[in-house]
Design a binder for this molecule. Structure first.
Ligand SMILES: [Zn+2]
Length: 477
């Protein structure tokens, strides 16, 4: 039984200390608890089961210390729930962090912390907690179970849309509500044989982050994809990114080893695939600012919260798959992404098969259902590779309009940026707001007369423009 790389540090050998079922209990409508509808927001799970030795796997029983820590973490979670029900969210929050210090794989503590941060409007903290939860062996359905209640709250809050300026760049390509990029780490052969064919069928592109030190071309590595397979995937439009040479824990290697782990794989991917990798993800998602700075010299797109949050306040890097990560929870995640208008880089690993054990595999049923649900909402969801979504968002941030002429059904502008155009070459979606007019016809062209296609959406004109120094003219009637 081969064991693929695991993108987590702790938790694998930990007991699951809490066995909360999915039921939802209403918190009491006490004096403080009910402020502003909180009682309809928080999902506490059932109580009284934490720390039950009967529910802990045998190996954890042998490891008494784990059991003790797990039990203590469960007791703290129970305490936090009491505090939250009494309306003291801040005290609850502090106790939940303590609970996680004792057992970092405590699913309920993660879920409750995310709920508190969302309730307070601290979305980035909430999303970071959900991301952190995904790095442990936690139950996805339990972590995200609160979305049943929370989503309707979020939708009500989001009713008001701000007034658009005359001309702007849409947050996401095609003026869609959100962007999703699927990453498959570690180069499992199942990604080539079972995952990418499903993406092809739906017409979506994925990013595969490989470790060139582990391919099927070497003897004894049949569970990894081969260079021929990754090259074929690349030719079909999927992205092959760099996940370091050998998936070592780079936080603890000397500088020369770090450099060779990054560069050797960069050059090998460039040579074997025919184009240099544009995306990078650190093994175990662990990095320092110095490591990021070195990697960014070669790879503009680095999957790291700190690095990417320079570009976006709406970032979400969830880890998919694993125990109890159902298709239903996958749909709720998409609903969250839509309502919060997020840029999602989803970290996935292999496809589950009988022969291969990997970290947090996804199932064929999950992937099929997930992509089908995204397809149902494709008017609102932009799916593309990590490098492409990264490029769009970076270009959008760096681009400036220079309005040369405006009025009477005509607008002339330059949209440009100073980024390296050999990498940043994703067209930006420009929205021209001509309200209160609702035009019946519209067109656009570059200075040399080349036409650009324009779509009319109510009182807005939508067109894709590759940033550059030449003016663009938009006209409407
Ligand atoms: Zn990995």
């Amino acid at each position: 039984m081969p064991l693929f790389f695991c993108c987590f540090l702790f938790g694998g050998g930990w007991a699951q200390p809490l066995s909360w079922a999915q039921d939802v209990l209403d918190p009491p409508s006490g004096q403080n608890a009910a402020r502003g509808g909180a009682q309809q927001f928080f999902t506490y799970g059932p109580q009284g089961k934490e720390g039950s030795a009967a529910l802990v796997p045998n190996e954890a029983l042998r490891e008494g210390i784990f059991l003790k820590r797990s039990q203590h973490s469960g007791q703290l979670t129970k305490k936090a729930i009491q505090l939250m029900q009494q309306g003291d969210l801040e005290a609850g929050r502090q106790v939940l962090w303590d609970a996680l210090a004792y057992a970092p794989n405590n699913s309920m503590a993660h879920s409750l912390l995310a709920q508190i941060y969302f309730w307070r409007g601290q979305d980035n903290e909430a999303l970071a907690i959900l991301e952190q939860a995904g790095r442990y062996q936690v139950k996805g359905d339990l972590i995200y179970g609160f979305l049943d209640r929370a989503l309707s709250f979020f939708r009500q809050k989001n009713r008001n849309t701000p007034e658009l300026p005359l001309v702007s760049v849409a947050r996401y390509k095609g003026n869609k509500q959100c962007a999703i990029s699927f990453n498959f780490d570690d180069g499992s052969k199942t990604v080539y044989t079972k995952v990418l064919p499903v993406f092809d069928r739906y017409g979506y592109k994925a990013t595969v982050l490989i470790n060139p030190g582990w391919t099927a071309d070497q003897p004894g590595n049949p569970y990894y994809g081969s260079w021929e397979e990754w090259k074929d995937a690349s030719e079909r439009g999927h992205e092959i990114g760099n996940h370091s040479m050998n998936h070592r824990y780079l936080m603890q290697v000397p500088d020369d080893v770090f450099d060779s782990e990054i560069h050797e794989s960069y050059y090998l991917i460039s040579e074997k695939i025919g184009t240099p990798p544009r995306s990078f993800a650190f093994p175990f998602d662990q990095s320092t600012p110095e490591m990021i700075s070195k990697v960014s010299e070669f790879h503009p797109a680095i999957r790291d919260r700190e690095y990417l949050s320079r570009l976006s306040d709406n970032l979400f890097l969830p880890v998919y798959g694993g125990d109890k990560f159902s298709a239903a929870v996958g749909r709720k995640l998409i609903d969250l992404v839509l309502v919060k208008r997020l840029w999602v880089v989803a970290e996935c690993h292999a496809m589950q098969t009988e022969e291969v054990m990997t970290f947090k595999p996804i199932t064929e049923e999950f992937l099929e259902d997930h992509l089908a649900y995204i397809k149902e909402n494709e008017e609102q969801i932009w799916v593309d590779t990590f490098a492409n979504t990264y490029s769009y968002i970076a270009e959008r941030q760096a681009s400036r309009f220079n309005i040369l002429e405006s009025g009477d059904g005509r607008l002339v502008f330059v949209l440009d940026h100073d980024l390296d155009k050999s990498f940043y070459q994703v067209p930006l979606t420009v929205v021209v707001n001509v309200s209160p007019q609702a035009p019946s016809s519209a067109g656009a062209q570059r200075e040399d007369g080349r036409a650009l296609s324009v779509a009319i959406r109510g009182a807005c004109l939508i067109l894709d423009v590759l940033p550059g120094p030449e003016p663009v003219t938009v006209f409407w009637d």
